[in-house]
Design a protein around this ligand. Sequence first.
Ligand code: PMP
Length: 517
Amino acid sequence: MHIFHVFKLQIRPVRSNPHLVCVIGGLRITQWINSNNHHKRRLAITYAETESKRININHAKKYNFFLVFAITNINLPVAFLVLSTALEIYKKKTKKSSLLFARSKKFHVNGVSHNIRFFEPYPFVTRSAKGKFLKDIDGNKYVDYWMGHWSLILGHAHPAVSSQVKKQLPACWMHGTVNEMTVSFSEIIQKAVPVAEKIRYVSSGTEATMYAVRIARAITGKKIIAKIDGGWHGYTTDLLKSVNWPFDQKESKGIADDLHLVSMPYNDLQKSLEILNSVKDDLAGVIIEPVLGGGGCIPATKEYLLGIQEFVHKNNALLLLDEIVTGFRFSFGCLYKTMGLDPDIITLGKIVGGGFPIGVICGKDKIMDIVNTNSHTKLDRSYIGGGTFSANPITMTAGRAMLSHLKKNSGSLYGKLNALGESARKELTRVFDGKVVTTGKGSLFMTHFLSSGISEIQSAQDASKCDTKMLQRYHFDMIAKDEIFFLPGKLGAFSAVHSQSDLKDLVVASQRFAATI
Ligand code: PMP
């Protein structure tokens, strides 16, 4: 038996199956593959691919990869490193999920209850979650960077929250009357977010932004709301426009009126002001995220936000700052303070609910007064604030526990989280060697695979022109092979339970993926 010298290893994707990679080496096959002789080259490549596929199917049942030295029937020494495809690995290890998800599809449209939770071929089904891990019903354990739509900044089932919720449960989880914890929770929020002179709680971010829009229209007596291309504020009919690329197409049937919504490009002050100027007489408000989350994890420049604010206030409209993702994410409080902004309304959600359903509308007294049903008649009030489960005892307890813990640990906790995010952006950009830009801020980060001549990401337009399929492939590859979970195509978030060693694992997984593209 010969031991062949593995010479000049080459990694080649297999043409018939983009998930399959073969690594070929050996002096003659390398020479043949690199040669100008078309026939020899075809023969060598075809043989390598056929052999990889055969070996993959027959032998790679158990392992993600293995190395095989073979003498081919055309007498070429070849070394194959055969990798099972991510799809094959995933399917093999999520058999119970596959069956359960097939059942789920019988009851639920697309099998899910939030559109983005579906990914091909089917999402695994989670059984439990603790700390940094998600565990599925097949027993796989994933290091989680999705963290409950980025709401779980302390990780899953953190004792600081669960202990308080457990204490509250025997007393009551729902009564629909006033409770004490709402008051102490609001005290904490108001100290950290001075704009929150008055607060209303609801059960989702969507409700909060819907009410913010209604208040803006009620106060100004005007109708038009401006939003950002790629800005996502939940499923409220009022804001369902220009969310997904291409932004000039309607998002949905069934929207009776989106004429009172205009959309502008993020971080492009000149264009945005032109658009605002064209509607200024009927402009009720601008709703904007200080970091565009769903639209590509892109921070706004301070100049952009200040420029928009100046225009809005000069033209008797309201600045609605959506901090549902950014609130309590980078420091104990909101981002607006650090940017010198003076918003009229802030919406919060996600983190502040401690992992329970929440939306918060915060505003200055003079703004929020319009929702006061005692001092206003039907004709001059804005009617907001329903919700069977608004300010329910469990959410209020969990939110208060979350913010109390964050406040107590804010120095070390935010320092660590922001540093992890900073390193991730640097490391991932390095690993992909000019093929990506990693955007984000603090502990939020997202890898964009550059294409269409894009070299920097300032807006959702830029992000949408990148290779979003490659991003999904990258995330799916890590789910299958590395047990690292990002919701495919979405930004990732570090939480308090992640460490430097998780970052190292993420970098190694990314290096392995980078070698295949
Ligand atoms: N605003 C922003 C910025 C969001 O990211 C989201 C949710 N991803 C929402 C609003 C809607 O929140 P919810 O899903 O709780 O309705």
